[in-house]
Design a protein around this ligand. Structure first.
Ligand SMILES: [Zn+2]
Length: 315
């Protein structure tokens, strides 16, 4: 067991904690830190995907009440993806985060073509950075900012600055990266002049899901979610003789958001072409589609997430 483990900050992504620990423990070699934290030499540059959380948590004293479920819930991006995964995929992801497999990220985000908004970048709000420095004497990487598709800090109304982890100087990353090694004056500070209200709604949805403010969303399973889509599509007159009017639905959703908003969320498409991500979402199978796209469809069909949740499948 490691003798000094600093407390976790609220909404700190666990990747940041590992980097902080490496700096505090004074190990010259990242291999030693890795062996202490994970029991093996583990190269982990993914900000999204921790591994061996069970081993990592065995380092905490039992009175600290920190286990891998707690870390997954409060310090990883998994809670954002969870409501839209099949029960089987949920359990697989949790198992992989607790053990050593790297597969959970693909399972969460959807592999291959669906793998949107999946860049290994760190997003920072310059004002949060300064506030954290003032409050704690050090800055940290906030989990909410790292959610794929989360583009603004709602609290400070600032665009998030992006740092590509792959491009960071090797000396800085050493497999364990501490955000405090960056000079905050280098972080871009771009005030939002005007933000599209529909895009802003998606940002608020993300925040509510990640902070577990919608437990009723977690209780739905993928079949019920798809049934709600299907019924609402019928109710909104997007079917004809039992078939979805693909062009009408695509055109209307495209107009509702605009190319610009859809592009910002890596979800733009040509509405005149009959096949796009909308139809992958509504199909009755367990195919993983990105949560951002679920939110785009939900807000378009139901107006907001609350209406979606209160919509009864028996309607
Ligand atoms: Zn901020």
């Amino acid at each position: 067991m490691i003798s000094i483990l600093p407390p976790l900050y609220k909404d700190e992504i666990i990747f940041n904690y590992f980097g902080r620990y490496h700096n505090i423990c004074g190990n010259n070699s990242s291999i030693h830190t890795s062996e202490e934290l994970f029991g093996i030499k583990l190269l982990n540059k993914s900000i999204y995907h921790p591994r061996r959380l069970d081993y990592f948590c065995s380092n905490f004293h039992s009175d600290q009440d920190i286990d891998s479920d707690y870390i997954i819930e409060n310090h990883t991006i998994f809670p954002f993806f969870r409501p839209f995964l099949s029960d089987e995929k949920k359990s697989t992801c949790i198992k992989w985060l607790k053990e050593k497999s790297t597969g959970a990220l693909k399972t969460m985000m959807g592999a291959n073509a669906e793998s949107i908004l999946n860049k290994n970048i760190i997003k920072i709000c310059s004002e949060c950075f300064e506030e954290d420095l003032e409050e704690n004497g050090e800055a940290y990487i906030h989990r909410i900012h790292q959610i794929p598709g989360y583009l603004y800090c709602i609290k400070h109304e600032l665009f998030l600055d992006e740092i590509n982890v792959e491009e960071i100087d090797e000396k800085l990353i050493r497999n364990f990266f501490d955000i405090n090694d960056l000079k905050y004056t280098n972080i871009k500070k771009e005030k939002i002049k005007k933000i599209d209200s529909r895009l802003l709604n998606i940002m608020y949805d993300i925040k509510r899901i990640v902070n577990n403010e919608l437990p009723e969303l977690d209780q739905l399973n993928l079949d019920v979610i798809k049934k709600k889509y299907e019924l609402r599509i019928i109710k909104n007159n997007y079917t004809n003789k039992g078939k979805i009017k693909r062009r009408d639905l695509s055109n209307d959703l495209h107009k509702y958001y605009s190319s610009d908003v859809l592009s910002q969320l890596e979800s733009n498409f040509d509405p005149s072409y009959g096949e796009n991500w909308i139809f992958k979402l509504v199909r009755r199978n367990n195919c993983v589609c990105h949560v951002i796209r679920h939110l785009l469809l939900i807000n378009f069909l139901f107006g907001n997430l609350d209406n979606f949740l209160s919509f009864k499948v028996e309607n």
